[in-house]
Design a protein around this ligand. Structure first.
Ligand code: SF4
Length: 352
């Protein structure tokens, strides 16, 4: 599937009712702190620059407002940004407007105001659908409010995206899974999955130093996201992103104090999904062996000499895993002497 072109405009923490415990948009985007009026002036300019570039390059896309609580901006600022975006949309530079916002900032008459502009996509920063996790993370709303916001966007007829964070305070594997299943029920058009990092200058950094918060290890975060990605894939919910956007600001010394950060986080998750998929196929084979349906073939375990994993060409590096870690895993776990990963139209596992 071709990725849509997105022209992002970051408005760090503009419109936010307070600073969330894990959030430091200035560290994530590298943009300085600005007074609201300054931020909006810069935002309007950025929209125009993107508009000109889109026309010059002949690549229209969605203009996207990220990094704050867009729909909680004061009305004048909101209209100024929407007006500029709409004017470039009329000229053919943009295909429409998208923005991210908090679930509790989609209430009241703001949808009526938005309806005057060519908004196509709404991304809701839900982060979790577990009340205990939301409360411990001091998000200021509960899961019911997320559900209501999703319903409002659906009734409004716009594309719906949900952002989730893995590893928030008090999250357990069970809570994460329940939260993911609730997202599946809400059936957004797409999701984004972000690992919770301990960023400098946040409340979470203080909790981390006090021993009150422990971030997930990279392996745990990858495992949880792989479980979630399996569910989203099965439900036909697109995953627009896994992991933070790479930004040099995050590489600055001391910007990230701890947490499951990896430049290719999404690739790690996809690789883990393939590992599990192959393991599951081999477990089924082992069960058949143990159940006797393959009587006469010998062992109770599928432990022949070689394993062939067939997969579509553009998935081969995910199948092998970083540094061929999946290949090593299958050799270690199942005793294969050789593992071949080969191109094919569809996924298939063979061993002999
Ligand atoms: S609402 Fe979003 S952008 Fe605003 S402080 Fe919280 S996490 Fe950051």
């Amino acid at each position: 599937m071709k990725r849509p072109v997105i022209y992002p405009v970051f408005l760090p923490q503009q419109g936010c009712p307070f600073r969330c415990v894990y959030c430091n948009q200035h560290a994530v985007t590298g943009l300085p702190e600005r007074a609201p009026s300054d931020a909006v002036t810069h935002g309007v300019k950025a929209v125009a620059e993107h508009g000109r570039r889109a026309l010059e390059t002949g690549r229209p896309g969605e203009i996207a407002f990220y990094g704050g609580t867009f729909t909680a901006l004061d009305r004048e600022s909101l209209r100024a940004l929407l007006r500029e975006a709409a004017s470039w949309t009329d000229r053919g530079a943009f295909t429409g407007i998208r923005f991210s916002t908090r679930p509790d900032a989609l209430e009241g008459d703001v949808l009526d105001l938005l309806a005057e502009y060519p908004v196509r996509t709404v991304e809701i920063g839900a982060q979790s659908l577990d009340d205990a996790v939301l409360e411990a993370s001091r998000r200021g709303y509960d899961a019911a409010r997320v559900t209501a916001a999703c319903r409002a966007v659906r009734e409004w007829g716009r594309r719906l995206g949900l952002q989730l964070m893995v590893g928030l305070p008090t999250e357990t594997e069970d809570r994460w899974r329940r939260s993911v299943l609730r997202v599946v029920e809400l059936a957004p058009d797409f999701v984004r999955l972000y690992p919770t990092l301990v960023l400098s200058g946040t409340m979470l950094a203080r909790w981390y130093r006090d021993g009150r918060y422990r971030p997930l290890e990279l392996e745990e975060a990858v495992d949880r996201c792989a479980w979630a990605a399996d569910r989203f894939d099965k439900a036909g919910i697109a995953i627009a992103r896994m992991g933070l956007h790479p930004d040099p600001a995050l590489d600055a010394p001391g910007a990230v104090l701890s947490g499951p950060r990896h430049p290719a986080f999404g690739h790690l998750v996809r690789s883990r999904q393939w590992r599990r998929r192959v393991d599951a196929a081999l477990e089924r084979a082992a069960a058949r062996w143990n159940g006797g349906s393959q009587a006469g073939q010998g062992d109770a375990e599928p432990s022949p000499a070689s394993l062939e994993v067939h997969a579509p060409p553009r998935r081969l590096s995910e199948v092998m895993g970083p540094l061929r870690s999946n290949v090593s895993h299958w050799k270690d776990r199942w005793g294969f002497r050789q593992v071949w990963v080969q191109e094919a139209d569809a996924f298939r596992v063979r061993f002999q």
